[in-house]
Design a protein around this ligand. Structure first.
Ligand code: KIV
Ligand code: NA
Length: 263
């Protein structure tokens, strides 16, 4: 059955966990779709795992359009979510719309953008003009140069409140999904309980509405150092197919992420 924004909303209400993995090409799109992954994220992490850059900043909108087309051709039931890359949406809601429209025309069914409450106006602009939006809060990799490294966010009581405020502002603006990266598990849980829209976590503990990992991380093909929140699903699996199925099963059963993958 085709996954839509309504499916995701219903899953949250029913307490069924949502599975998401990054995907950059048609062959993997078909494999992940067949394994029952609900959302294929054409992430700008392709800057790291496909292009070999050390951050997501060099990724262009054209790169994202190309990989979105590839993934859209290979997927059937999964919802295709595409990242707006660095510099393609921060200037204005209008700039974001022009960029997002290109991703939607390439086959995306939702776009993702990084930023807190400052992006609420843009979320509203897109959502009211036919473009579902997933917001990405907590650690925002496109802001790595502001943080001075990839660090856990929302650790202080104040920062946790800001995170919740941002999530609520995005929901009020019409966001379809809120993704949290590298935040303490109890903070992600509080935000998830405060929202009616589904939350997706990466390094955000088990008490969120769904999980995402970078495909090359969970298949252990990425040569870079492995973050705490990554689990190698190839260990104990005889094929890529089996590893992806194990991930889906673990997310659904809430056996992933464990405490060792959380903050
Ligand atoms: O680009 C990406 O892979 C992402 C995930 C880390 C959520 O945004
Ligand atoms: Na991304």
């Amino acid at each position: 059955m085709k996954t839509t924004v309504s499916t995701l909303q219903n899953m949250k209400q029913a307490g069924q966990k949502i599975t998401m993995l990054t995907c950059y090409d048609a062959s993997f799109a078909t494999l992940l779709d067949d394994a029952g992954v609900e959302i294929l994220l054409v992430g700008d992490s392709l800057g790291n795992v496909i292009q070999g850059h050390s951050s997501t900043l060099p990724v262009s909108l054209e790169d994202m359009v190309y990989h979105t087309r590839c993934v859209a051709r290979g997927s059937k039931d999964a919802l295709v979510l595409a990242d707006l890359p660095f510099g393609s949406y921060q200037v204005s809601p209008q700039q974001a719309y022009v960029s997002a429209a290109k991703l939607m025309a390439a086959g995306a069914e939702m776009v993702k953008l990084e930023g807190g409450m400052i992006m609420a106006e843009t979320v509203d602009f897109l959502a009211n003009r036919g473009i579902p939006v997933c917001t990405h809060i907590g650690l925002q990799p496109q802001s790595v140069n502001v943080y001075g490294g990839y660090k856990v966010q929302g650790k202080s009581e104040f920062d946790a409140e800001v995170l919740k405020r941002d999530a609520l502002a995005h929901q009020a603006a019409g966001a379809a999904l809120v993704l949290m990266e590298m935040v303490p598990a109890h903070v992600a849980q509080t935000v998830t309980e405060a929202l009616s829209v589904p939350t997706i976590g990466i390094g955000a503990g088990v008490d969120v509405d769904g999980q995402v990992l970078v495909l090359h991380d969970m298949l252990a093909v990425y040569p870079g150092k492995k973050a705490r929140f990554v689990k190698n699903f190839m260990a104990g699996s005889h094929s890529i197919q089996a590893a992806v199925e194990a991930y889906v099963k673990a997310v659904k059963a809430m056996t992933f992420p464990a405490d060792e993958h959380s903050f």
